[in-house]
Design a protein around this ligand. Sequence first.
Ligand code: SP5
Ligand code: ZN
Length: 342
Amino acid sequence: MQLFFSPTQLDHDPKKEISDGKLVDAVEVPKRAEMIFDALMKLPQIEHKPQQDFGLAPIAQVHDRAYIDFLAAFGALWAEAGRSGEGFPFVWPGRDFRTDRVPNHLDGKLGHYSFDAGTPLTDKTFGAAYASAQSALNGASALLQGDQASFALCRPPGHHAGKDYYGGYCFFNNAAIAAQYFRDQGAQRVSIFDVDYHHGNGTQSIFYDRADVQFLSVHADPMDEYPYFLGHADEKGVGQGHGHNFNYPLPLGTTADALMAAIEAGLAEINSFAPDYLVISLGVDFFEGDPISQFKLTYADMPAIGTLLKTANVPTLFVMEGGYAVDDLGRNVAALIDGFLA
Ligand code: SP5
Ligand code: ZN
């Protein structure tokens, strides 16, 4: 199994985030990727090779140009405004505000292109997010060339990012970019299974009206957990996309049995859809030791999840999403992948 990762992804190195009404230490840190990389490299089936640059075009197949340009320009705009440290939005358009005009002022732009105040933006974010998306594209390319599975160690993560907004530590939606790339390279149908503690709101929104990309997500019930405003079971898709979106919200405190039952339900839908490729948005923030999450899966539960995902029996791209128990992160991911490869 090929592993894709570039050191440029480490350049996004935020120190603080807003949580619980305070500036606290950031949890989405470069060390996460280092821990996962080191642990995966210890698996005998993993190989890591230098990767290709697919450019901005496949990213722009998912994200608006103006949004991409804003992220690229952010560092200069922040410095020009005489500010230092990380950028945070603090004002958003309310329900009946206008969103058809992008404000000139930086604070207006930050609110226009984001949905939370928990995601620090730095002058290095664009470059790192670009590199993260390239890892996903390399992973997709490996499957298009005939590999049965590949692992894109995406970081920053992607599944909360929509076509023109960031949030949830996500800037470019790596899984969506990979899925769209499969379609643009001739695949007829692609499934994205989001197995992260949080609902993949960005990915859902990007494909909500489409019949060619099926989206499924297991996650903590949005009534009780971030991102709060999307991820309910009655979100089925719209128009052509109706019947192609599946959410499996689960209660806080969920253990392996219930998470695996939801994954099995999702796998049955994937089997009916019969996709050419499967993208798994993988976050191991369902781990009991995760500092921001409230599911109760143990290290010992990880291999069985990997083994279960393998039963999809479709060429599979893993795209890394969340997981913040940094010291356990590498071994949790490696144990899950070991179960998948076994
Ligand atoms: C990719 C991904 O997993 N993103 C998750 C973003 C979650 N951001 C909100 C974090 C809120 C943390 N609040 C809990 C603090 C515990 N004291
Ligand atoms: Zn998550």
